[in-house]
Design a protein. Structure first.
Ligand code: AHR
Length: 653
């Protein structure tokens, strides 16, 4: 009895100490805990060929000329018939694996020649070199799969291999067909050597006829070893930012180039061979392999809240044209399709959060996730033109979500610019309809960010809040990043109005970039983070939920100086951010008098360099932050280096 009592007292004391420690200092302003997150759009080959770890390009033979004039179902595939073999190849659609995936190839192996050493194994088949060569690592496992339907009487044998550009075999496996229906065949390939430009070869080594579709090759070591998963190094870069949320899957990708191109979430879940592939608005192809399940799972894996954005039943206002030349303009879903569309939005909420016994919850459970994904936010629309058609449809969707799911916070939209007609109309709609949050977008000069640090000071409190869903200054030089850092201190100061913010775009593949200023560049092997990435990371990994003014003093007349102080009430940590956009060092003073007992040391991270410095693939570490442990006292002077962001994290004692 005595022991139980002392355990209880000890538990209570422990609980109290945690609670006490977690108390923020007096006089702070409560700000939202979700301020800094990520915006992922499938632009610049961010998904297929990027974050999505699939190594085969055009795996389902769905590439077509509407995406890129020279594309067709054979694109990125080479028909091969080594060893004096011959056969025939065709694209067919009569009996696909699934109606969503209509094209497949048929190979008729008419003759398998004698094996000739210098040519390689004889047979008839296909070769795929992925997205400019597949990167494989020695001794790492790779999971191969393909769907095959045997069309002739006898089973067909296959030789599956990875080879280097010289044709040397890096890994090999044998398979054989056994079914006249579509059947998935799998092999695990372990290369003996590393290669950055490997190819996958599928060679039928017996005569006969077969159909083939959905040919896939994945590294087993994806991020968190997820099947159908993400490229580990890229995903880790995002995880390292500790984002509060991830908005996906776009951008303009969401509302699409015409109604038929809108991103429909239901087409992107379930087995990959049943997902609907489509033209990417940015001029390439999306397999939907990185679909809603994968996005939600990634969010969960890295502790970020999911923020899916769904079209507001209208297409992009630039549909059918380019940014410069107008096309068909915004199109709206016909009214008689709206009820089904609204149901699709509601279904997403059930799919994400509903019990595994519900219709859509059961589909989530079938994919291996019976628990809720805890969806809290949903975006409706993306910088749409504020037409009466938009307004009517937005209201219908918003009202339906409010009635059926009052627990969900809807994020509306206010056009593509920081002001102007759509912005004003969008805000009017938001005010009238009491939309909880709206999504503002702006891409502009670093000077604009410096001069507009007071933008949100005058926004109405206790009204519609802001999600700054897309912003970036025009450039990836250090001075761009530091201008953004200065602006971000103003987002923290206004964290009672600005609920969330995310830089855009996030990822860009070298040589496949449609949008020039991005946060992280990559190729098949390397990653080149920009200074902007480090600024985002330094803010995002150092969020607080209380804001304190008058902690840092500086020359108030110098608009190139900015600073903020937040506290994370979970850990009690005090976080200072000090920004100097000048070309010379500037003095600042820190006074931590209002905080209780603080640790004698803190962790200081500094990002600085010359204003035009940037990172390149030749020197990816030109501009990187450096961290050190520094002495902290209740009040101290700090000389903010020229063109710098400094973050100081201080623990409570
Ligand atoms: O971030 C790139 C594009 O910019 C987004 O797709 C769109 O929303 C904005 O115009």
């Amino acid at each position: 009895m005595k022991t139980i009592k002392s355990i209880l007292i000890l538990g209570l004391l422990l609980f109290l100490s945690v609670v006490t420690k977690a108390q923020p200092a007096k006089g702070g302003k409560k700000i939202g805990p979700d301020l800094f997150g990520l915006f992922f759009e499938d632009i610049n080959y961010s998904a297929d060929g990027g974050l999505y770890a699939e190594l085969v390009q055009n795996r389902s033979f769905e590439y077509n000329p509407t995406e890129c004039r020279e594309w067709n179902p054979y694109s990125y595939w080479e028909y091969i018939a080594p060893g004096f073999s011959y056969g025939r190849i065709s694209v067919e659609t009569a009996e696909p694996i699934h109606p969503n995936n209509p094209h497949y190839l048929v190979l008729d192996v008419e003759h398998v020649g004698r094996e000739v050493k210098f040519v390689g194994t004889s047979g008839v088949g296909l070769k795929n070199s992925g997205f400019d060569g597949m990167v494989v690592k020695a001794n790492d496992p790779y999971n191969f799969s393909m769907f095959v339907r045997q069309l002739s009487k006898e089973p067909i044998s296959f030789n599956i291999r990875l080879q280097n550009p010289k044709g040397d075999i890096l890994a090999e496996s044998k398979l054989s067909t056994s079914s006249n229906d579509w059947k998935k065949h799998q092999a695990r390939l372990i290369p003996t050597q590393s290669c950055d430009s490997a190819s996958l070869v599928i060679l039928a080594t017996t005569e006969g006829k077969f159909a083939i579709d959905v040919v896939s090759l994945f590294p087993e070591k994806t991020f968190r070893n997820r099947p159908n998963g993400m490229r580990a190094d890229l995903a880790q870069m995002l995880a390292d930012m500790k984002p509060a949320f991830i908005r996906f899957p776009g951008g303009c990708l969401v509302h699409g180039d015409g109604l038929g191109n809108m991103y429909r979430w239901e087409n992107t879940i379930g087995p990959i061979e049943q997902r609907k592939e489509q033209r990417n608005i940015w001029g390439y192809h999306q397999t939907s392999g990185l679909g809603y399940f994968e996005y939600f799972q990634f969010c969960e894996d890295i502790g970020a809240k999911p923020l899916p954005v769904l079209p507001a039943a209208v297409s992009c206002q630039n549909s059918g044209g380019t940014w410069q030349i107008g096309g068909t303009g915004q199109k709206a879903l016909p009214m008689d399709e709206m009820q089904d569309y609204i149901q699709e939005v509601l279904d997403l909420i059930e799919w994400a959060n509903g019990p595994a016994t519900s219709v859509w919850g059961a589909r989530r459970a079938a994919a291996g996730h019976p628990e809720s994904f805890h969806l809290q936010y949903i975006g409706i629309g993306n910088e749409d033109k504020m037409t009466p058609e938009f307004e009517q449809r937005f209201k219908m969707i918003f009202d339906a979500v409010k009635v059926k799911h009052p627990e969900i916070t809807v994020v509306g939209t206010v056009g593509p610019a920081p002001d102007g007609e759509d912005f004003t109309k969008g805000w009017k709609i938001a005010d009238e309809q009491k939309v909880p949050i709206v999504d503002e977008h702006y891409y502009t000069s670093p000077e604009w960010f410096i001069s507009n640090q007071h933008r949100y000071d005058s926004y109405k409190r206790n009204a519609t809040q802001v999600y700054l869903g897309e912003y970036a200054s025009w450039g990836n030089k250090l001075r761009n990043a530091i201008a953004e850092a200065a602006y971000m201190t103003s987002l923290e100061r206004n964290g009672d109005v600005v609920r969330m913010a995310s830089y855009a775009p996030l990822l860009a593949k070298k040589d496949f970039t449609q949008w020039k200023i991005d946060m992280i560049f990559f190729d098949n092997v390397n990653i080149c983070p920009t200074p902007n990435y480090f600024v985002q990371k330094m803010f995002s990994a150092n969020r607080g939920d209380y804001y304190f003014d008058k902690v840092i003093s500086k020359d108030e007349k110098d608009i190139n100086l900015a600073a903020s102080c937040v506290q994370d009430s979970k850990t009690g940590d005090i976080i200072l951010k000090l920004v100097n956009y000048n070309e010379t060092a500037k003095p600042m003073k820190v006074n931590l008098g209002r905080f209780g007992k603080i640790a004698a040391e803190g962790e200081q991270t500094v990002l600085t360099g010359s204003m035009d410095a940037e990172n390149t693939f030749a020197n990816t570490k030109n501009i990187v932050p450096t961290s050190s442990i520094v002495k902290i006292s209740k009040s101290f002077d700090y000389s903010a280096p020229a063109m710098s962001l400094t973050v100081v994290r201080i623990k409570m004692k």
